[in-house]
Design a protein. Structure first.
Lengths: 181, 554
């Protein structure tokens, strides 16, 4: 009785069963082919972020974010620019993050939990948020980015009256990058 | 009740296999020690009350060493050792397909591991993730990538060696239907061969990039990394669950209640449910379509099913055995179990802490909760239930069971060995429960200080003092006890007479009838039901928390 070929077949068969779905999924998911569409010109974005900060900067150095429009934030080793943002309750803001150098994280501290996002170099991460409670909210980088990682933080200052959230529960998945999607 | 050691030998009888087994086992224990010392250093660093001034680079050094030595080296080398047992103990007379391949694997793996640890301490402080482009800022990262390639190569060789050895034993009629442990080794080999191939596919380009040859795509690396990492991190789970099965039998004389075929069928499920669920590591990755993430989340729900079933089967085996030995009442069988046997204590606490980890695992594979949990302390908080307790305790239980025969000496420091699994479980429980709470309140992982210039919530300090200062330190102490017993046994344990392995067989074992499913009651399934209930509670609680955020996500 030829066990070897049968065993070999079963083994190879199981390996194929394991590897092929991974490969197919990976291939389908791989941004490599579409990288051109995803890529963000980091220098252009950095200029955009700087211009925005200058245009909307207040006397204390914080930057007043404009609602219903893009708010560009550049992440870099080891800080965010702008690092202090002012928002108003009840308004919707489209925060756009681009990392200038390495992978960073964005972790907004809200007391009861944190809102976390991943920032890839050269790609955009978009978070559309509406604050409902005034206060000062620490945000920090939570993706190891080098020796200064623990110092990489900023603040969101929310002003205005507290509002009760709309009836529909928060849609939890932030929509990510892909200009044009 | 002292240990009931089966009359089968505890180590492979084939001399060549025995040598390889010992090489992998002692290397594994060496890496466990290194990882444990690094863990202690991390615990001290991240306990705010201790205000130790450690340079950030030192912290990342400790963390890189800890992650590599524990999760890759200790686990891989120990599982390699288990492969030799999975054939050597259950197919007497089996000959290894290729001793040369075995040693080649060992040399590749130990070279890779040592290179990685050296790099981690000296210019390669990139954590075990080694993400580009950050890794490009560390001069020794090529050694990290090269180390992964060598480990992967070694594991692939071991997997091939194992499968061919088993196939040959079947072909030559040395074994009929495979015993369950041998079969588990086959499932492990399939999963790890797949993981190794994927690893070679990521780390080779990364290695080339890190020495200046060729480009790297950070997103491509990240996705490939999580695909490999995912498949790889289920191998220790499969191995540990297989070991539960063996330890349950060895420490209590329990027999399978549903038969070997049923057990083997459950283990066959692992290679099928594991690979498609890698998506749960990528819920926040830019560029992965939303629909794909949702599919990944749904597929991930199946991941816990085989483990829960095996846990119920093993508890049923234990219950049946204790009832056959005269235990009465709904939970009387629990009292009769040999809690004072270090190997059984390790099994029991390994299973219990696994259940604790399982309660939180499902929150982490829900796509909707990723923004709440990603890269917070919830991640290391929860996974230490699986790694340092669940899997490591189980593996340490194997060491306790084998130590007398391995060393020819009786176990030294039995009181320490008896307490050690429970101390490890207690420390882990504090680390996990408080750590997860800290993470839910926003404490980040992988950072030496959570002060953030005084802007961090004060409660963070309290929580991390408890998590690391109490939980982490207790875990390190428990690890120290384990090594005290190990070294004490090896150096000053009472020598055993050559002919008899240390056997303290109970008189009941020979009078037992066969356990059968009828002896199993709902009591065996109760812990599993509890875990499922906890899973539901944690998930619901997490979603409720997100609903109360002062920022609504559109």
């Amino acid at each position: 009785m030829e066990m070897m070929p049968r065993w070999g077949t079963v083994y190879v068969g199981l390996m194929v069963l394991v590897l092929v779905p991974i490969w197919a999924a990976y291939d389908a998911l791989s941004p490599a082919a579409d990288h051109g569409e995803m890529a963000v010109d980091v220098n252009a974005f950095a200029n955009q972020a700087q211009a925005y900060a200058q245009e909307h900067q207040l006397a204390d150095g914080s930057v007043q974010a404009m609602p219903d429009a893009s708010v560009p934030v550049l992440a870099m080793q080891f800080g965010f620019s702008p690092s202090v943002l002012r928002l108003r309750t009840g308004e919707t803001y489209v925060l756009e993050f681009v990392s200038r150098d390495v992978m960073h994280g964005f972790s907004l501290q809200m007391g009861m939990g944190s809102l976390n996002a991943v920032l890839m170099p050269g790609a955009m991460t978009m978070l559309e948020v509406m604050p409902t409670q005034p206060g000062e909210y620490l945000f920090l980088c939570n993706e190891y980015c080098g020796v200064g990682h623990q110092f990489m933080s900023g603040k969101v200052i929310v002003e205005g009256p507290p509002i009760s959230p709309t009836t529909s529960p928060a849609q939890p998945t932030p929509s990510m990058n892909m200009p044009g999607h | 009740m002292t240990s009931v050691v089966s009359h089968m030998p505890a180590t492979p009888s084939d001399a060549a296999a025995q040598r390889l087994f010992r090489a992998f086992l002692f290397a594994a224990l060496g890496f466990l020690a290194i990882g444990g010392i690094a863990a202690f250093a991390i615990a001290l660093t991240r306990t705010p009350a201790l205000t130790l001034s450690v340079s950030p680079l030192d912290y990342y050094r400790f963390l890189t060493i800890h992650g590599l030595a524990m999760f890759y080296h200790w686990f891989l080398f120990f599982q390699a050792a288990l492969l030799f047992l999975a054939v050597g103990l259950y197919i007497p007379g089996a000959r290894m397909f290729s001793v040369g391949l075995g040693w080649l694997a060992f040399i590749a793996m130990i070279t890779g591991a040592v290179a990685q640890l050296a790099a981690a301490g000296w210019g390669g402080e990139v954590l075990y993730t080694a993400f580009p482009p950050l890794a490009g800022q560390f001069p020794r990262s090529p050694l990290i990538y090269m180390g992964f390639d060598l480990l992967a190569l070694g594991v692939l060789l071991l997997a091939v060696n194992y499968v061919v050895t088993v196939a040959k034993a079947r072909r030559s009629g040395q074994v009929g239907e495979l015993p369950t442990p041998t079969y588990v080794g086959l499932m492990w080999s399939i999963v790890m061969a797949a993981a190794s191939i994927i690893a070679l596919g990521i780390y080779t380009p990364a290695l080339l990039w890190s020495v200046g040859v060729g480009p790297i795509d950070p997103m491509g690396y990240t996705m490939g990394y999580f695909t490999f990492f995912h498949v790889n991190h289920y191998a220790p789970l499969i191995a540990a669950v297989g070991v539960w099965y063996v330890l349950a039998k060895r420490t209590t004389g329990a027999q399978s209640v549903f038969g070997e075929r049923f057990s083997k069928a459950i283990f066959t499920v692992y290679p099928l449910v594991v690979p498609p669920t890698f998506l749960y590591h990528l819920f926040l990755a830019p560029g992965v379509p939303a629909e794909v993430k949702t599919i990944g989340s749904v597929l991930s729900l199946f991941i816990g099913v085989p483990t829960i079933i095996v846990a119920v089967v093993i508890l049923g085996m234990l219950e049946a055995r204790m009832r056959a030995a005269g235990a009465a009442g709904a939970f009387g069988w629990l009292r009769r179990l040999p809690w004072g046997d270090p190997a059984f204590g390790s099994l029991a606490m390994g299973m219990a802490t696994f259940g604790l980890g399982g309660a939180f695992a499902y929150a982490l594979l829900s796509e909707g909760l990723a923004p709440l949990l990603h890269n917070t302390f919830v991640v290391p908080g929860y996974f230490h239930a699986f790694t340092s307790a669940g899997v490591s305790l189980t593996f340490m239980g194997v060491v306790y069971a084998l130590l007398p025969e391995l060393t020819g000496r009786s176990l030294w420091g039995l009181p320490l060995a008896r307490v050690q699994p429970y101390l490890m479980a207690a420390g882990t429980a504090v680390f996990v429960l408080v750590g997860v709470a800290a993470g839910y309140l926003g404490v980040p992982r992988r950072v030496p200080s959570i002060a953030y210039a005084g802007n961090a919530p004060p409660v963070w300090t309290t929580l991390m003092n408890l998590t690391e200062g109490v939980g982490g330190v207790l875990m390190a102490v428990a690890g120290g006890l384990f090594f005290a017993v190990l070294l004490g046994t090896m150096l000053i344990g009472r020598r055993l007479p050559q002919s008899e392995p240390e056997v303290a067989a109970t008189s009941e074992s020979s009078e037992l009838g066969m356990a059968h499913p009828g002896m199993m009651t709902w009591a065996a399934a109760a812990p599993a039901v509890l875990v499922v209930a906890l899973i539901a509670l944690v998930s619901i609680g997490s979603f409720e928390m997100m609903r109360r955020w002062p920022f609504l996500l559109r």
